[in-house]
Design a protein around this ligand. Sequence first.
Ligand code: DC
Length: 223
Amino acid sequence: MVIAIDGPGGVGKTTVTRRLATLLGVDYLDTGATYRAATVAALRSGVGLHDEEAVLEVVQASTITYTDGVIYLNGESVASETRSDEVTQSVTPVSAHPKVRAHIVEIQRKWVEDRGGQAVVEGRDIGTVVFPNAPVKAFLTAAPEIRAARRAGDAEAADQGVAEIVADLERRDHADSTREASPLRKAADAFEIDTSAMGIEEVVATIMGLVSERRADKRPGAC
Ligand code: DC
């Protein structure tokens, strides 16, 4: 089954997703990394990031793959480049283009299909657009200061102040949730978890509870 984990930046999706995948013995896909790799391709090519057709052409001519938690662009690991400030700023316009999203979503669906439909997938639109029929959907939230503090613990954000991180998270929250194409939104049937006062293991246990419930459910669509 596909387990969809959505929510804003800094909420802890990646940590929770990796832990769930280990517990369930399946692969995980960080879809943010696929948009970041597309952004690296666009930046390297020098096309205007707001030019949808030009970005689409570059992205279509590139090969984006994700294996064991590492993102590759044309066979080269771009794991650290995708976490740079430049990419974090530039991914917003790139991921707002509907045609670019449609192309990237196909890559994401194929990735899951290649794994027999068994995966934990994290992002912003997994439960709403990419896998609307996922039997387990969690939507994680947390107060902005909590998310900023969690981000501050990430190596790539360590040299930024918390105020700067809060400002960046708020900028991206706004852009992600107000864009026209697949905005960040809780699916109607997703289970919302406010993780503000929860530890990772508690969040993971809550989602594992949803998985067990779904497995025990004998209705059509259950797994
Ligand atoms: O999860 P992240 O911060 O690595 O994601 C980077 C950007 O990619 C984020 O600002 C919004 C975009 N994104 C998206 O539009 N849809 C997704 N499913 C995942 C990420």
